[in-house]
Design a protein around this ligand. Structure first.
Ligand code: CMP
Length: 140
């Protein structure tokens, strides 16, 4: 297995409930390293472009409204098999279907306010990381 980097967002429902540390502990306990991290408040345009792949979905406008409703923490996570590992740690998109011990099972409020985003492929991880971080911001 290769060392990979994946992109992660702690969403507004997580920052509102002061869960940054508890969620980061889940990543670190599973062996992922947080090699870049910053707290930002996304603009509407930034959120719309980030989620453009979902533009035709019925939940798109609500998703964008939610993502700009408060600050988020954007991160680069690094480790063995980081993309798939992070998806395992997060759990299913809908917390009702998430496995015990996952972030979404423990913390998510709903399918929309589901506490975290993580890249779903190596291609998307590279695009998403570059959308928020410059190379010099990432310290392995
Ligand atoms: P995320 O991994 O950030 O990618 C797209 C987001 O859309 C997803 O997590 C959910 O928070 C949100 N979303 C809201 N409604 C739905 C839905 N019905 N199906 C999938 N994703 C949804």
């Amino acid at each position: 297995m290769a060392i990979e980097q994946t992109f992660s967002i702690l969403k507004p429902d997580a920052t509102r409930r002061n869960l940054t540390g508890k969620i980061n502990a889940k990543f670190e306990e599973a062996g992922l390293r947080i090699v870049a991290q910053k707290r930002i408040w996304m603009s509407r345009q930034h959120a719309k472009t980030f989620y453009a792949v979902h533009a035709a979905r019925p939940f798109y406008n609500d998703l964008v409204d939610f993502m700009v409703s408060g600050p988020v923490v954007v991160q680069v996570l690094e480790g063995e098999n980081a993309i798939a590992l992070n998806r395992e740690i997060m759990g299913a998109t809908n917390p009702a279907n998430a496995a015990p011990g996952t972030i979404r099972k423990e913390f998510a409020e709903s399918i929309e306010a589901n506490s975290v985003h993580g890249s779903d492929s190596a291609e998307n991880a590279a695009v998403e990381i570059a959308y928020f971080f410059a190379g010099l911001d990432i310290v392995g």
